[in-house]
Design a protein around this ligand. Sequence first.
Ligand code: NAD
Length: 440
Amino acid sequence: MSDPNLLRRREFVKTAGTAAVAAAVLPSALRADVRRRRYAIVGTGHRGTGMWGADLAKRYSDVLEFVGLCDANPKRLAAGRDLIGAECPTYTGFDEMLEKARPELLMVTTVDSTHVEQITRALDRGVDVITEKPMVTDERQVKAVLDAERRNNRKIVVTFNYRYAPKHQKIKELLMSGEIGRVTSVDFSWYLDVQHGADYFRRWHRLKSRGGSLWVHKATHHFDLVNWWLGADPVEVAAYGELNVYGKAGPFRHTHCRPCPHKAKCPFYFDLTKNERLMKLYARAEDVDGYHRDGCVFREDVDIYDTMSAVVKYSDGAQMTYSLNAAMPFEGYRLAFNGTKGRLEVRDYERQPWPETEDSEAYLTKSFGKREKIEMPHGEGGHGGGDNRLRDLLFRNASVPDYMRLPDARAGAMSVLTGVAARTSIEKRRPVKISELVTL
Ligand SMILES: NC(=O)c1ccc[n+]([C@@H]2O[C@H](COP(=O)([O-])OP(=O)(O)OC[C@H]3O[C@@H](n4cnc5c(N)ncnc54)[C@H](O)[C@@H]3O)[C@@H](O)[C@H]2O)c1
C-alpha cells in the first residue's frame, strides 16, 4: 500500500479523502522517488488559484511540480501566485509559458470562450490538458478541439466533478442494476438560488460570447451527468429561454456594487470589500482590464437567460424534460428516472431557508411493487464531494471501475453540444439536431 497507484476501488468509493490517505501512507523517503509531473496553470482566477492551485500545492506536491502560471491580467497573476504559494515563474503570454516552462500537464481555468485557444495550442506542443468545464462554448470550437486531439494523440480530461459526488455514483449504480428497467424518460429540474444564481449575472458569465450562456456554462454539468447516467448521446433538443429577473428586467442599475447609488435598496447588493481574497484577486486588478467582480446584475448588456427549459431526445430512445432557473429562493435539484419497471426519484438539498436533515433524499418505486427509501452517501468538500475524488483520480491514479473513468474530450463535446443545441433552438425557434451542429 505504499504506492498511491495501488489504492483500491473500495477506498476510492468509501472516502473523499483518498489523497490524504495516500500522502499519509507514502513514506517521505519514497516520495522523492515518485517523479513529479511538470504542471502549469493558465487562468489564475478563482478556480485556478483554489481547486487547481493552492489546494494542489498543499496536498499533491509529492506528485506535481508547479512550473508556470499564466494569466492575461498581470496583477491577478501576481495575486494568484501569492495565493497559490508556488515559487514558479509567471507569464502573461501563453505561448511563452509553454515554451519556457515546458509543462507536461496544463490546467485550463480561463474564461470559457478562450479554452479552445489554450487547449489546441497545448495539444499542438505535445502537452496533455486538463480543462475546466465547459470544454468550449460553441460547435466550431468543439470541432477544433477534437481535431487537435486526433492530430496530436494527446490526452484531454474535462473536469466533470459532479460525476464523482458519491451520491451521483450511487445513482449510476442503481440505474446499471436494472432495478427500474430501461429508462424511458428523465425529469430534471435544477434550481440556482438568488445568491449563487445571481453571481453568474455579476460576472463575465452574463455574456453569451464569454460563457456560451448558462445552457453551456452551467448546464454542461447536468447534461454530462445525464449522458453518463444513461450511457447515451443526445440526438435532438427543443428549448425555450427568457430573462425574467436580471439584466434589463431589473428596476434600476449601475456599473457595479461598490459605487452604486441604489445599494441600500438593492436585494442583490454584494459587498466585495468584506472578502479579502476577492479584493486581492479582482478589485486590485480591475484597473488593468476593467473587470468588476461585483458587476451589477441588472446591467443592460446581460444577454443570457435566467429561466430555461428543454426537451432532449437521446440515442437510446429516452427523453428528458429539463429546466434551469437562476433566481430561486433555494438551491438544489429534483431528478427522476422513469423506467419500464419503476421509478427512481431524488431530491437534492444544497441550500434552503428551512432546516433539512438530509442533503439528498431518494426513493425507488417498483411498478406493481413497493417504494423503498435509498440511503444516499454523503461526500465532503465541494460539488457534493466530487472535487476531492476527482483530484485523487487525476493525480494519484486511484483505481476505479470502468464507469468512473475520467471524462474525455468526447464527453466534453456531447454535453456542450446539448447546450449549444438548446441555445440554437431558442434562436431558430425550432428543434435542433446535434448532427446539424457538428459531425463527430
Ligand atoms: N467545475 C466547476 O465546478 C467550476 C466551478 C467554477 C468555475 N469553473 C470553470 O473554471 C474556469 C475559470 O472560472 P473562474 O471562476 O476561476 O473565473 P475567473 O474569472 O475567476 O478566472 C478566469 C481567469 O482567466 C483569465 N483569462 C481570461 N482570458 C484569458 C486568456 N486568454 N489568457 C490567459 N488568461 C485569461 C482572467 O484574467 C481570469 O484571471 C471557467 O471555465 C469556469 O467555467 C468550474
